[in-house]
Write a protein that binds this ligand. Structure first.
Ligand SMILES: [Zn+2]
Length: 272
């Protein structure tokens, strides 16, 4: 198999060369999780996907990746299946915010141009945004541009309507069709044939206690895996990469496509 194009790994540079190598370049930081993903996928899904997107985005931009953060926020019953399943490793939200803010702050000592954060774990998102916002309010991000997103946030509604009929919502896509397909594309060696379907995905934005995991999931899977394929995974991967590149390069995608003002108008950032 030919190796997938990846940006260079910042951690493989020497201390003597890192400052000049990264000056003005993009640095891409993948943040994942170690979380149960049903019987057919490994605990590392969210990290594998964040790393794959980060590696490819860094390659397209001629930038660097920094080592992935693979232990982050807890799993919740309506989005990740919750903590009833063994193998999920996590830290509390306050710890995650502080860890990410301090780590990003240490990165800002390097003269990179942009920090791009790629999230792969649903429950991380508000903590990542809060950590980065704290960094900016602290004044540590002066002169830097920071862009952070969860990979699924870049999928266009029209693409989903076309490719994933009956889409259950991203909170319920846990170990479901899209994650299984991406893993079949990127790491088929880590995917088994046991692929349960859960035909009653949970509602978004609801917290339950106590929760009956045998009802809210099927063995840790929150939605359907039927129809998963490496081909769908490849189409989704390439769609997200191209969305990410236009977001970063041109500010495209900051607004939803049907809300975007006509060329020349509105608040879309213009390239200088
Ligand atoms: Zn996941």
């Amino acid at each position: 198999m030919t190796p997938r194009p990846q940006g260079r790994d910042l951690a493989e540079l020497s201390s003597a060369s890192v400052v000049e190598e990264v000056r003005g370049r993009d640095v891409v930081w993948p943040i994942g999780a170690t979380e149960q993903h049903g019987p057919h996928l490994p605990l590392s899904v969210d990290t594998v996907l964040a790393e794959a997107f980060a590696g490819r985005i860094a390659h397209e931009l001629g930038g660097f990746t920094v080592p992935a953060q693979s232990i982050a926020a807890r799993s919740l019953p309506q989005s990740g299946g919750g903590l009833a399943f063994p193998g999920t490793l996590y830290a509390g939200g306050e710890t995650v915010i502080r860890f990410l803010r301090e780590t990003a702050q240490s990165m800002t000592r390097l003269p990179f141009g942009r920090l791009i954060v790629v999230n792969g774990h649903f429950e991380n998102e508000p903590f990542i945004f809060e950590a980065l916002d704290g960094l900016c309010r602290h004044g540590s991000a002066e002169g830097k541009e920071i862009i952070a997103f969860s990979w699924w946030s870049l999928v266009e509604d029209s693409w989903l309507r076309d490719q994933v009929p009956g889409f259950p919502g991203w909170h319920a896509e846990h170990a479901g069709l899209t994650e299984t397909s991406l893993m079949l594309h990127l790491r088929p060696d880590l995917v088994s044939d046991l692929r349960p379907d859960h035909d009653r995905p949970p509602r978004a934005g609801v917290y339950l206690h106590p929760v009956d995991v045998a009802r809210s999931t099927n063995q840790g899977v929150l939605s359907s895996t039927s129809g998963s394929s490496a081909a769908l995974g490849e189409r989704l991967f390439e769609h997200i990469v191209s969305q990410a590149i236009s977001l970063v390069r041109e500010g495209e995608g900051l607004l939803r496509s049907n809300d975007r003002p006509a060329a020349g108008g509105g608040n879309v950032r213009q390239e200088s």
